[in-house]
Write a new protein. Structure first.
Ligand code: AP5
Length: 218
């Protein structure tokens, strides 16, 4: 299975990618997570990405595309992957097509998660993440057993720099202008499946699995 998740910030891409990748036994490849790991590790890549991420802008395509190409060439992605946060614009989608053509393969499905913008602001302002395992929580909708602490690692949860309301609103603008055109792009390719990303995490997962099965089976 080679799949992509598309949706606005806060749609639940990371949450669903973690669950679906584990159930499908394929790696979750999140460009946001890779960038954040590089920022906290102080690498050259992290230094290049940080200023864009803090503003809520896209990291330049040449940086992002090279990183994804390397990641998809790793052994664990040979039989499949779930991309979360890439592609993010039509040029990145064209690059992905080329990367996969070089590996002699293609995408199976692109799952679009739809949610309205006010819900996004509520979700992102309450998001907390584990610095060790990357698990994502919400202070109200998906709270850890002990407030502020990861259920898996016992690590102290943190709030992302780009989850301030002003930055969230800018990320939504970037999504509308640069990422939303991917919906038409993948519809034209016959790969798009769209679901409502509202309701509980479990309800969204059930919808996602049904939509993927319908698309891949068709
Ligand atoms: P990235 O990390 O990809 O951020 P994003 O797309 O803005 O998405 P988020 O991670 O904010 O949201 P999500 O949809 O994953 O939601 P989540 O599951 O966490 O990118 C960050 C930055 O990196 C970008 O701004 C850019 O600078 C750079 N970047 C990354 N990829 C790039 C690329 N390809 N090109 C260029 N630059 C790139 O859920 C959100 C919250 O909601 C959580 O608290 C969760 O618990 C809660 N929640 C989830 N599901 C539900 C539900 N059903 N009901 C209630 N709450 C829910």
């Amino acid at each position: 299975m080679r799949a992509v998740l598309v949706g606005p910030p806060g749609a639940g891409k990371g949450t669903q990618a973690q669950i679906l990748a584990s159930e499908l036994s394929i790696p979750k490849v999140s460009t946001g997570d890779i960038f954040r790991a590089n920022v906290s590790g102080g690498t050259e890549l992290g230094k290049k990405a940080k200023e864009y991420m803090d503003r809520g802008d896209l990291v330049p395509d040449e940086v992002t595309n090279a990183m994804v190409k390397d990641r998809l060439a790793q052994d664990d992605a040979a039989t499949g992957f779930l991309l979360d946060g890439f592609p993010r614009n039509v040029p990145q989608a064209e690059t992905l097509k080329g990367i996969l053509a070089d590996l002699d393969t293609t995408l199976d499905v692109v799952l679009e998660l739809r949610v309205d913008e006010e819900e996004v602001v509520k979700r992102l302002s309450g998001r907390r993440s584990c610095p060790e395992c990357g698990r994502v929580y919400h202070v109200e909708y998906d709270a850890p057993k002990v407030a502020g602490t990861c259920d898996n690692e016992g690590a102290e949860l943190y709030q992302r720099e780009d989850d301030r309301e002003e930055t969230i609103r800018h990320r939504l603008e970037v999504y509308r202008e640069q990422t939303a055109p991917l919906v038409q792009f993948y519809e034209a390719e016959g790969l798009l499946a769209t679901i409502a990303a509202t309701g509980s995490v479990e309800e969204v997962t059930a919808r996602a699995k049904a939509a993927i099965a319908e698309k891949v089976g068709s």
